[in-house]
Design a protein around this ligand. Sequence first.
Ligand SMILES: Cc1cc2nc3c(=O)[nH]c(=O)nc-3n(C[C@H](O)[C@H](O)[C@H](O)COP(=O)(O)OP(=O)(O)OC[C@H]3O[C@@H](n4cnc5c(N)ncnc54)[C@H](O)[C@@H]3O)c2cc1C
Length: 305
Amino acid sequence: MTLSVDQQAEVDALRAQSQPTLRAVSPGIEQHLYSAIPVLDHGFVRVIDYMGDDAAICQAARVSYGKGTKSVQNDEGLIRYLMRHWHSTPFEMCEIKLHVKLPVFVARQWIRHRTANVNEYSARYSILDREFYIPAPEALAAQSVVNNQGRGAALSGDEAERVLRYLRDDAMRAYDHYEEMISQEGQQGLARELARMNLPANIYTQWYWKVDLHNLLHFLRLRADAHAQYEIRVYADAICKVVADWVPFAYKAFEDYRIGGATLSATALGCVRRMLAGEDVRQDNSGMSAGEWREFQQLIGPSQA
Ligand SMILES: Cc1cc2nc3c(=O)[nH]c(=O)nc-3n(C[C@H](O)[C@H](O)[C@H](O)COP(=O)(O)OP(=O)(O)OC[C@H]3O[C@@H](n4cnc5c(N)ncnc54)[C@H](O)[C@@H]3O)c2cc1C
């Protein structure tokens, strides 16, 4: 279970109280506030707080005195225009604060996104829980033979069992030693800040992560993408659902222009124009490298959906 009984009671208590406010409220995200969305085997994402909604993006773009809403259609059209033309600052007017519980090796990828504010659980001050990410059998994959930075088919049979056993046994042994080293009984006890160094990277950590909508969408574009590692992608997928409920117009525009859309180089655009004019365009007369041509073919080829 992701949350303990006490932690769930705290969430329930927070969700039981409400207060009137003059601030903009997004009904879609209110349903998520404080609740933990489970991710992986022990992880979660919780919305702790947010600021702004779709109207706030338009309000900022128009530097409006009022709500900024001319009409719902106007707002959606304006948001699409801003997204299409990379006008990022109105999206920065919305913010979200998340509580995330995630394996340390996922946190290492996540923390590379520098445009957020982070406060992490202190393993110098507190004792880490005995919680390790152990992949589900279908996520226990072999090294990809075509992509050095990826995985291929799932392991099976004896090999899968052996790998799972190693992962579990190593984690438990390391945690047993961690506990033994910091234990106070009959010994001085090693400082927590030192004892933690023998723990493997699949142990869970937690942080509060606050980011504006513009930078969050950038994070989601990179980490909800098929090239991102599965273990961070599932967090990005969970956050995508929250953002779709929070700022539905902005999320729809993001899906259309960023997730589903593509940027073409001048050379590639020239090739599209030549193709539309009926010219036989091949890699050798395209002006593109083999890699660029392959990616271009994937872009303009039949939809994978
Ligand atoms: C599939 C994938 C594979 C990856 N593989 C590797 C890898 O092998 N090795 C590795 O080291 N990393 C890797 N990364 C991490 C990647 O290189 C970026 O560090 C990470 O995605 C954060 O992106 P960002 O810098 O755009 O985001 P943020 O830090 O959130 O920054 C957002 C934007 O703000 C601007 N910005 C922020 N800080 C600065 C600054 N100091 N100066 C100038 N502009 C700034 C930039 O425009 C930046 O794009 C990988 C990422 C992905 C998604």
